[in-house]
Design a protein around this ligand. Structure first.
Ligand code: MG
Length: 167
């Protein structure tokens, strides 16, 4: 039986406004600003969802969870990720790996990354070593550097052990 591989890319950006805290990677990070959005505005999870949908040919997060739907207001993005991952897994896909970059000027994310990786691995039931998260500042310039936004990028590799995964 041959393996099939698909790569997917996801990006997201949300405005930062007072007050805190900040939700990122489905954990709560003490900070004086939060990300503004229709759901809980978790930019990292949204980028991951779009990468998974992209790899599986499933469209994008706005099609699956429209921001015109009141059911999605303030919604836990971890719940959205579980819904998408269950759907993609049912199509025959397994996780190869996730690699993510978060762009945030402050606070420093390094102390929080192990907990974010653990949380993500629990949400989608994959080993933590298949998930990598990196953090970058905005070097004090641009939307990220001026602390006006948080952004995230993610690539995912999905693997299918079946001969004809349903995309
Ligand atoms: Mg978003």
């Amino acid at each position: 039986m041959s393996q099939t591989f698909r790569v997917g890319l996801g990006t997201d950006l949300h405005r930062l406004v007072e007050p805190g805290p900040l939700i990122l990677g489905n954990i709560t990070i003490p900070f004086e600003k939060h990300a503004l959005g229709h759901s809980d505005a978790d930019a990292l999870i949204h980028a991951i969802i779009d990468a998974i949908l992209g790899a599986s040919g499933g469209g994008d997060i706005g099609q699956v969870f429209p921001d015109t739907d009141e059911a999605n207001r303030g919604r836990d993005s971890g719940d959205m990720l579980k819904v998408v991952w269950d759907r993609v897994r049912a199509q025959g896909w397994a996780m190869g790996n996730l690699d993510c970059v978060v762009h945030l000027q402050r606070p420093k994310l390094a102390p929080h990354i192990p907990r974010m990786v653990d949380r993500l691995s629990q949400l989608i039931s994959v080993p933590p070593e298949t998930i990598n998260i990196k953090a970058k500042t905005g070097e004090g310039i641009g939307l990220v550097g001026r602390e006006e936004a948080v952004a995230a990028e993610c690539v995912v590799l999905l693997v299918s052990e079946t001969n004809s995964p349903r995309c």
